[in-house]
Design a protein around this ligand. Sequence first.
Ligand code: SF4
Length: 380
Amino acid sequence: MPGAALYIHIPFCEKRCLYCDFYTVAGVAERIPDYVLALQREIALRAEENFWQRQQFETIFFGGGTPSLLSPAQLAEILEACFASFNFSSTPEITLETNPGTIDNTQLARYRTIGVNRLSIGVQSFDENELQLLDRIHSPEQARAAVVGARYAGFKNVSIDLIFALPNQTQKRWRENLQQAVELSPNHISAYNLTIETGTPLDFAIRKGKISPLTEEEEREMYEFTMNFLAQHGYCQYEISNFAQPGYEARHNIKYWDGSAYLGLGASAHSFDGRRRFWNVANLRKYLELTSGGALAEESGEDLTAQQKRFEFAFLGLRQTRGLDLQEFQRRFRMPFERAFNGIVQELEHDGLLERENDFLRLSKEGIFLCDEICARLEG
Ligand code: SF4
């Protein structure tokens, strides 16, 4: 079985961004020390479980929220607890998500010394007006300084996140964003099409007519430009929203997509043991209460049905540009892919949305734009 992944959710943020629907809490930084202790308790409890004891972890990802609100000393405590409790491969990828508004060069250098070897910087945009619209706490200068500072601190693996199709964003402005990104030469770029999540302030603003989203055609033009532009600048697209210089694909994300087990720690974190998916309470107070009483903060879980497992494998495989491994599908599920999704695969191929090469099935050039629709058709 391939190695496992460890995800650690840090829910604290200075301020909520307009579009965000992650589980985060703003303005309660005084709870961070309790949270660090709670994570250590949760690590100890999970390490007693046979399944997680048997795993070899290959990645650790501090996500959020804003993990860079934790001091290097606090992150070091969590890392030490992980290394003392679980088995790791010899060179695990250790990623820290950072907000450019919360870091300086000294802090970056200390993150490097405690063992973080990959920085994921939440730039989102290099445009002042766009950052203000999104309610981000940082400026374009801080975003650029974070990438430069990461290199200065010795990080050899730096990723940035960008969002396109922002309200009022012109094609020209998005292209300028991409141009600035490649000039900084990060090793990895995640470029996400803005999603309007229900219940977010962005969703309310759109419903009230205060903000207008872009049209599908405008989004598509931006996405198409992104794929071509990043390819020309040496970034290989390996997933719908992810582009990397050769050898810098995110090992942690690939674990999610190839069906590996992952353990999620912290409030709202999700886990998967190959059979069952389960998740922690998305409530800081409850999480702290439960863990301080010596209990796990698991809220609920579900055993995946055989059809759910087949669909997940298909959906996650198709999101990757190398495609879905048909032989691996047959090996895992003891049936050909075509039989599992009776008739639909042929239809999608006939419509020119899926294409085959050797033993891989992948989205065609047209299919990439319709990934969600294709997955909905497969799900039935
Ligand atoms: S900093 Fe990130 S996690 Fe926090 S509110 Fe903004 S988008 Fe959400």
